[in-house]
Design a protein around this ligand. Structure first.
Ligand SMILES: *Cc1c(COP(=O)(O)O)cnc(C)c1O
Length: 471
């Protein structure tokens, strides 16, 4: 008897690129998305830096999958409501426009879909990552043999640094250990200690001087007092670029103290460490290379697309000591250890690709030009604001400038910052409104290469006029 032919059911082709030939669906989607993104970047000045709340498209998947045209249309709705870093008036935060090569590398990274967890999942990329970390560590002044690992943001780099410091000092089981950092150090340190199971008091704040730099004499006193009382110090954290005013702690003096007391020095260079790559500007962060560990965030000034952060160490082998668990389901490493054994993260994308390609596109002259421009804009703004009577400017030696009307009460400063920020937003200028030393400030981050003197003049005139209104 004849067997009935199998029922043929049309199997919908799943949206994965053909492994045998160019897949027209992929080409159509990438070309469409790329054109749409290019238009979005090219029309940045037609939208405010901070868009009004926009519609978001339907979120749940429908019974059947959608066509590229529909996907792109939905994507456009999200793009319309997105923060607009390519606008010349986007001056609020440490979120610059994206570098061209970084955008392309991010797309390729997604397409390669490699995993930095283990070498067999990312053979070339694991090697590229290790080599670039080594180059970067030495380029910012760490000694021969230094290196590190990328992390998804500076908060994670800081956490991994403190965990590594604790292991290297054998303080894993000590609940009395403390960390000393300046009053202006970043909030991620408190978060790190919390995750590490230490109480809030474990973060001891050291006073800053009038320029927002850690007071070395006060640090010396606190270290001596810890020593006398037998309190173990897990690490001193110095900041190269504080978040509100861009101050750089006196790194050489702090490093000398740490050496004298035998204490780990972590430098949080999330903002300032890239200055070490920019010719003479390296002097602004002198002493970076004296750190035991260093956080670097190329995402914050250089335009490497998010996230791009690295933890660099003078002795990178300590990472393995702090984080290795063994990876029983992987072939053993043929190089310096699997990525997943050298940090907190397991599966990790090849974020190194956009850093590498971005730095190669810029060249050292491009890095220097970014920093030159940022410093020049901060100086210009400071000069334009100097005649504004009653305005206190807070700046360090980097590209940040915060301000507050100093004769007013904290309540009045809060009101001033709100209304002035609103007036600035109406003029397509976005500043942030941090609370610093108990009062509201307006803060400008001058890292946006599109910002011109015209924007800075408008900014200064609005701020100057606002002071008149308040007094
Ligand atoms: C931004 C910042 C961080 C945290 O970096 P994320 O990438 O946002 O996690 C840490 N330290 C300083 C000084 C910073 O400015």
């Amino acid at each position: 008897m004849a067997v009935a032919p199998p029922v043929t059911r049309a199997i919908p082709a799943l949206p994965f690129a053909s492994p045998e030939q160019l897949d027209p669906r992929l080409e159509e989607l990438l070309a469409g998305a790329s054109a749409q993104l290019s238009r979005w970047l090219a029309s940045a000045t037609s939208r405010p830096p901070l868009p009004q709340l926009a519609l978001i498209p339907e979120v749940s998947p429908q019974a059947t999958g959608l066509e590229p045209m529909r996907l792109l249309a939905d994507l456009q709705l999200v793009m319309d409501g997105a923060y607009n870093p390519n606008h010349p008036g986007a001056l609020a935060h440490l979120d610059p426009p994206p570098l061209l090569a970084s955008i392309a590398a991010d797309m390729v990274c997604a397409g390669l879909n490699n995993n930095l967890l283990a070498e067999e999942l990312s053979p070339s990329l694991s090697r590229l990552e290790r080599s670039l970390c080594t180059w970067l560590a030495e380029a910012v002044g760490l000694p021969d043999g230094s290196g590190g690992v990328p992390a998804s943001g500076g908060s994670l780099s800081n956490l991994m640094a403190l965990v590594t410091a604790r292991v290297s000092r054998g303080l894993q089981h000590c609940s009395e250990a403390v960390v000393l950092a300046s009053a202006d150090a970043h909030v991620s340190l408190g978060k790190a200690l919390m995750v590490m199971g230490l109480p809030p008091e474990a973060l001891r704040r050291v006073a800053v001087d009038a320029n927002g730099r850690l007071d070395v004499a006060a640090l010396d006193e606190q270290l001596a007092s810890c020593q006398q009382q037998g309190i173990p110090v897990l690490s001193v954290v110095a900041t190269a670029g504080t978040t509100v005013r861009g101050a750089v702690d006196p790194l050489p003096q702090i490093a000398a103290l740490c050496r004298r007391y035998g204490i780990w020095l972590h430098v949080d260079g999330a903002i300032g460490a890239v200055y070490a790559l920019a010719g003479d500007h390296a002097l602004r962060v002198e002493g970076l290379g004296l750190a035991d560990s260093l956080t670097v965030n190329p995402q914050k000034l250089l335009g490497i697309t998010k996230t791009s952060s690295l933890l660099l160490l003078a002795q990178p082998e300590l990472l393995h000591r702090a984080f290795a668990t063994g990876l029983p389901y992987m072939e053993s490493s043929w190089g310096g250890g699997h990525g997943g054994e050298c940090g907190l993260q397991g599966t990790r994308p090849a974020e190194i690709l956009k850093l590498w390609l971005g730095l190669r596109q810029l060249g050292l002259s491009g890095i220097q030009a970014i920093v030159d421009g940022a410093i020049e804009r901060r100086r210009t703004l400071a000069r334009l604001l100097a005649p504004a009577a009653g305005l206190q400017l807070r700046q360090g030696c980097l590209h940040l400038l915060a301000m507050t009307p100093h004769a007013q009460s904290a309540v009045a400063a809060d009101h001033w910052s709100l209304t002035t920020r609103q007036q600035l937003l109406e003029a397509q200028l976005m500043l942030s409104r941090p609370v610093y030393q108990g009062r509201h400030h307006l803060k400008a981050v001058l890292g946006n290469p599109h910002t011109s003197e015209t924007q800075l003049e408008r900014l200064a005139s609005i701020v100057t006029a606002s002071l008149g209104e308040c007094s």
